[in-house]
Write a protein that binds this ligand. Structure first.
Ligand SMILES: NC(=O)C1=CN([C@@H]2O[C@H](COP(=O)(O)OP(=O)(O)OC[C@H]3O[C@@H](n4cnc5c(N)ncnc54)[C@H](O)[C@@H]3O)[C@@H](O)[C@H]2O)C=CC1
Ligand SMILES: O=C(O)[C@H]1O[C@H](OP(=O)(O)OP(=O)(O)OC[C@H]2O[C@@H](n3ccc(=O)[nH]c3=O)[C@H](O)[C@@H]2O)[C@H](O)[C@@H](O)[C@@H]1O
Length: 464
């Protein structure tokens, strides 16, 4: 049986970095090298001040501090790390395609293919290749084909090992996962590779939580898990709109249904809409795959989750306009939060971007405060949409490092991210500094609405 002593991970992003740092922490006997083409990113992972690592996750800098230099290494020398490793994880980005067939729907697998070709070219010894990126079902077939047809005659086993961590809780999720999923071939070589990876995780995860399946079930389960989670959010968000028409309260409805053990309480928090790099991308991918097999009804069913989410983001923005007497032109709206959820500096597909875009179309001026997101990221997010010139985005949006300054002289505040610190602000002070009537649109239902109303705010939540 293969006992793994050296691992390479291609891709030092939000998944590769935390995942492999935890593997290194929990397995001091395994040398883990994380490689990336992005030199700035690797330099940041190697920064002498461990607080400057490029991914903000509670507890991550401590994990990196413990393992870095001992058995955890970050490098741009991709070839060397592949060559030295017995097991190579591929954890590169797999975004939605922006060109050609499947544009806007299918996953762009060009980085996966580049990795496969590089591994094939460089490898001089047998290796286990692990798909850590989220991939369309049957991608392993293509990876295997490239490895076997362009390699140096060495043996490769391809496993699927999708990652289920959520940002903001990545370290906890990795240390104590609900399950780890490993898909491999049924033949003896495939099963030996599966066992080698099971043995890595078994260093800290109880064996009964390590599930093994065939490769295709594993690849597909990742897309389905994200689709189910996102579907719950779109479902409760659809009900939030009905609540607003009927004087029902979506928090009460969520509690009432969530206490049914068959439904369960998680992922029932109505919001301004889900964001993050994966839910939308993975559902679009599922829709695209279904359509490519001619499964129109299946595709339409899942696509509705995205349609509902887009509606929720737009509805939030348009409610602000409506409530501010049908015009926000020249009015200042303060945004509390830009990240797609709390405890992360990640802004990919954040609802805040789309809400800002709608309000800028209405000629609002926006001042953003987010405890972890830098101004250049905010402008990059808006520029990426291509709705208006970078100059106009800079004119319409300013970024503040102080929440009180961001809210000063504003007509309204929109809460876009559920950062805990927002709850405990001195709301009287904020109220005093705002134009009246002072309005709050709580896109996360996190603030104490009763208390705010007592101060004098006009408060709108989601679904109430
Ligand atoms: N972000 C998340 O919370 C989760 C993401 N995933 C999946 O994990 C995968 C990676 O996601 P993230 O880490 O968020 O992406 P990311 O964009 O943060 O990181 C990917 C990294 O791969 C590097 N890269 C791309 N091609 C390369 C190559 N040929 N050689 C070396 N480096 C290369 C890029 O420079 C980048 O730094 C995606 O498939 C995603 O769907 C899965 C679970 C959670
Ligand atoms: O594949 C991925 O990338 C990951 O996607 C999600 O993780 P993540 O996007 O990091 O964060 P979530 O906690 O799932 O939140 C996603 C979005 O939904 C929103 N959300 C979440 C829960 C809820 O009840 N309501 C709600 O609006 C969040 O604010 C956020 O914008 C999944 O939870 C992970 O299991 C998965 O590994």
């Amino acid at each position: 049986m293969t006992k793994i002593t050296s691992i390479c991970c291609i891709g030092a992003g939000y998944v590769g970095g935390p995942t492999m740092a935890v593997v290194a922490k929990q397995c001091p006997h395994i040398k883990v090298t994380i490689v990336d083409l992005n030199e700035a990113r690797i330099a940041a992972w190697n920064d002498v001040d461990v607080n400057n690592i490029p991914v903000y996750e509670p507890g991550l800098s401590e994990v990196v501090a413990e393992a870095r230099g001992r058995n955890l290494f970050f490098s741009t020398d991709v070839d060397r790390a592949i060559e030295e490793a017995e097991m190579v994880f591929i954890s590169v980005n797999t975004p939605t395609k922006t060109y050609g067939a499947g544009k806007g729907m299918g996953a762009d697998l060009k980085w996966i293919e580049l990795c496969a070709r590089q591994i094939a070219r460089v490898s001089k010894t047998d290796k286990i290749i692990v798909e850590k990126s989220t991939l369309p079902v049957r991608t392993a077939e293509a990876v295997r084909d490239i490895l076997h047809n362009t390699g140096n005659g060495v043996n490769f086993q391809v496993l699927s090992n999708p990652e289920f961590l959520a940002e903001g809780t990545a370290v906890d999720d990795l240390l104590n996962p609900d399950r780890v999923l490993i898909g491999g071939d049924a033949n003896p070589e495939g099963q030996e590779a599966v066992q080698a990876l099971v043995d890595v995780y078994a260093n800290w995860i109880p064996r009964e939580r390590i599930l093994t399946t065939n490769v295709w079930s594993s690849e597909l389960s990742k897309l389905v898990a994200n689709a189910y989670l996102a579907q719950r959010i779109s479902s409760i968000n659809s009900i939030s709109e009905l609540c607003e028409k009927t004087e029902a309260n979506v928090n009460e409805v969520a509690r009432a249904i969530g206490t049914d053990s068959r439904i369960g309480p998680k992922f029932l928090k109505a919001s301004v809409g889900f964001g993050g790099s994966c839910f939308q991308k993975d559902i679009l991918n599922l829709v695209y795959i279904s359509r490519s097999f001619g499964l129109q009804e299946v595709a339409d069913y899942w696509e509705q989750v995205i349609i509902m989410n887009d509606h929720q983001k737009k509805r939030f923005a348009l409610n602000i306009v409506k409530d501010l007497y049908n015009t926000v032109s020249g009015k200042k709206i303060a945004f509390l939060g830009w990240a797609f959820k709390k405890d992360t500096n990640d802004t990919r597909e954040s609802a805040a971007i789309y809400v800002a875009d709608e309000l800028l179309n209405e000629q609002a001026t926006i001042q953003v405060y987010d405890p972890k997101v830098e101004d250049k990221q905010i402008y990059a997010d808006l520029d990426y949409l291509g709705t208006r010139s970078p100059d106009l985005n800079k004119k319409g949006v300013t970024v503040s490092e102080d929440p009180y300054a961001a809210c000063a002289d504003a007509h309204a505040i929109a809460v876009l991210t559920e950062w805990d610190e927002f709850i405990d602000y001195d709301w009287q002070r904020i109220y005093d500094g705002m134009l009246k009537p002072a309005k709050i649109f709580d896109g996360r239902n996190i603030l104490d609405h009763k208390k705010l109303r007592a101060i004098g705010f006009k408060v709108s939540g989601i679904g109430m």
